[in-house]
Ligand binder design. Structure first.
Ligand code: 2PG
Length: 230
């Protein structure tokens, strides 16, 4: 039996400003760091063996807080960020004998980046709704297959997140590893949609709060045996 913990990053500066973020690399604000600390406390009893996060700093910082303030202490291992590509110049300590057992690897991969909001990035969501209509903005933000101008639909996002989940994350879960995934509202919605077998009609109602861990218990055959929101 393995544990999968999904956590959307804490509040970012542009979440607070109600601006479309997407791939703009905005940081956590003070509230977001506090939310990440709360998440760390909530998951501190789980011994995390491996982590996955996006290339965006709001998710990376949330991961670091979750591990250093929470689960990292449970088996005296050191969180170690690894760039999920072959970086021959990267002088990781695991190139040296005897250290890999002491680390919790955190793989950084753009597959988990937030949905690309294209031309909307930077604009205020409420002002955009006044300009083009609430329904259209809701479709852009929450539907399965409506693309924002120049951006990704949730379906487009799922086309990169689900294969990554199946090829990388599920492999660890089947091996019995406890996995933490720190990512974004929509990149995680696309994974939850897959895990919970949501219909296209159900998807628009799926919302993820910042910094709230969602915990799945998954058996060796990749069956979900339990789900709890902390
Ligand atoms: O702006 C964004 O990148 C996302 C997540 O913050 O916003 P929304 O929740 O509206 O999809």
């Amino acid at each position: 039996m393995a544990t999968l913990i999904l956590v959307r990053h804490g509040q970012s500066t542009w979440n607070a400003a109600n601006r479309f973020s997407g791939w703009v690399d905005v940081p956590l604000n003070r509230v977001g760091r506090q939310e990440a600390m709360q998440a760390a406390k909530k998951i501190s009893s789980y011994c995390i063996d491996v982590c996955f996060t996006s290339k965006l700093v709001r998710a990376i910082e949330t991961t670091a807080i979750c591990l250093t303030e929470g689960t990292g202490a449970c088996h005296d291992k050191s969180p170690v960020f690894k760039h999920d590509f072959d970086d021959s110049d990267w002088h990781g300590w695991d190139k040296y004998e005897g250290y890999i057992e002491q680390e919790i690897p955190i793989f950084i991969n753009p597959a988990l980046d937030e949905r690309y909001y294209g031309d909307l990035q930077g604009f205020n969501k409420a002002k955009m709704a006044e300009k083009v209509g609430k329904h259209i903005v809701h479709q852009w933000r929450r539907s399965l297959d409506t693309r924002p101008p120049g951006g990704e639909s949730l379906k487009d996002t799922a086309a990169r997140t689900i294969p990554f989940f199946q090829n990388r994350i599920l492999t660890h879960l089947k091996n019995g590893d406890n996995v933490l995934v720190s990512a974004h509202g929509n990149s995680l919605r696309s994974i939850l949609m897959h895990l919970d077998h949501l219909s296209p009609e159900e998807v628009p109602h799926l919302e993820l709060a910042t910094g709230i861990p969602i915990v799945y218990k998954i058996d060796a055959e990749a069956n979900i045996t339990n789900k709890v929101i902390l």
